[in-house]
Design a protein around this ligand. Structure first.
Ligand code: SF4
Length: 380
């Protein structure tokens, strides 16, 4: 199965830590969608033999678009691509724009999974990081989602934020658990150069929790989530049974996906060659090239088999279930345990990896030191 990612590059205002390709240029929303639809149509013949098992509409803030936009987009997607009848179809939402009316539109568009950006349950932290919603807005957005019929709901939550304590972080997880959300993505803040938060931290106006404090937050969070019946299935993702995100699992399985929209990335097997490419991140170029009937593709690269194999390991070892030996054998014609025996032996000695008849996976210690573990594979 192939995944489809659709990028929506509009947000009402820019969060202080964000370096995603998103901006508040809603005056270009109409023209962006003309370009996006024409891109989707251009891919229709190329994708005619593929069935899409997942769709992910991300951003940006898809719930901030004009009324009817997502429905029209999904109608076009269904016209152009073969979307599996049981496909997982996710849309990202931000609490301030996830009104009952907007979420009902998503249901009518066939969206069956909602991913809401909570980030923190503390109003003062939300304000500090430039989020434009409150804790109460988040609670209301979940109520709205349930009212219109969403069952599969995720909350994105961050740790390592300015002024955040362990108690603050766990209280965000508590709120998600109290609301009985079946999926929680818990990410550590990455301080991206050039963002307003990076500037504040660089000039000393703001301080972040140090590495030990952040690690303690993570530990406390994992213990809490475990007690509440959430299973960690990937480094940063936790779910109740059956609610793992299939779209992201496909990424970690190094599976095929097509990205459409500004700055989207794709990985496809083209005539047997594993190929990666991305779209331009320049909105004017994206619109004008599609207007001229061209795909706004950049950096097309054929991935050599060795690199594809390393990618598969690097991504697969993010999952707690690790890499299926049978799948690896099918894809690369070799047993991963034999091929990487020296690296695996070293990691076994360090107590980081487990090898069974079916799979190879990093245990909790291995996941905590994932970069070191991957280095062993790279060095071999
Ligand atoms: S809502 Fe998301 S994409 Fe938009 S500015 Fe904030 S973090 Fe970035």
């Amino acid at each position: 199965m192939t995944g489809l990612y659709i990028h929506i590059p509009f947000c009402k205002s820019k969060c202080k830590y964000c370096d995603f390709v998103s901006f508040p240029e809603y005056e270009r929303e109409d023209i962006y969608f003309v370009a996006l639809i024409s891109e989707i149509r251009r891919y229709a013949p190329l994708m005619k033999d593929r069935r899409f098992g997942t769709v992910f509409i991300g951003g940006g803030t898809p719930t901030s678009l004009k009324s009817g936009r997502i429905k029209a987009l999904m109608d076009e997607v269904r016209k152009c691509f073969d979307i599996d009848e049981n496909a997982e179809i996710t849309c990202e939402a931000n609490p301030e724009s996830a009104t009952e009316e907007k979420l009902m539109e998503l249901i009518e568009a066939g969206i069956n999974r909602l991913s809401i950006g909570m980030q923190s349950a503390s109003d003062s932290i939300l304000k500090t990081i430039g989020r434009i919603h409150t804790r109460a807005d988040f609670i209301k957005s979940v109520e709205n989602a349930r009212t219109v019929g969403f069952k599969n709901i995720n909350a994105d939550i961050m740790h390592g934020l300015p002024t955040q304590t362990q108690k603050d972080y766990v209280s965000a997880l508590e709120l998600a658990a109290e609301l009985d959300l079946p999926h929680i993505s818990s990410y550590s803040l990455i301080l991206e150069e050039g963002t307003p938060l990076w500037e504040s931290v660089s000039n000393g106006a703001m301080e972040l929790p140090d590495a030990d404090e952040t690690a303690d937050m993570e530990d406390a969070g994992f213990i809490f989530l475990n007690e509440k019946g959430y299973t960690r299935y990937e480094i940063s993702n936790f779910s109740k049974p059956g609610f793992e995100c299939r779209h992201n699992i496909n990424y970690w399985d190094n599976g095929e996906y097509l990205g459409v929209g500004l700055n989207s990335h794709s990985a496809l097997s083209l005539k047997g060659d594993w190929t990666r490419f991305r779209n331009t991140d320049n909105l004017s170029e994206y619109i004008s090239e599609l207007g001229e009937g061209k795909l706004p593709v950049r950096d097309t690269r054929r991935i050599e088999p060795d690199e594809e194999m390393f990618e598969t390991i690097m991504l697969g070892l993010r999952k707690c279930s690790g890499i299926s030996r049978a799948e690896f054998q099918k894809r690369f014609g070799a047993d991963m345990a034999v091929l990487y025996a020296p690296a695996i032996a070293e990691l076994e000695l360090d107590g980081m990896i487990e090898v069974t008849e079916d799979s190879i996976y990093l245990n909790n210690r291995g996941l905590d030191f994932q970069n070191e573990a991957l280095l062993k594979f790279m060095e071999q």
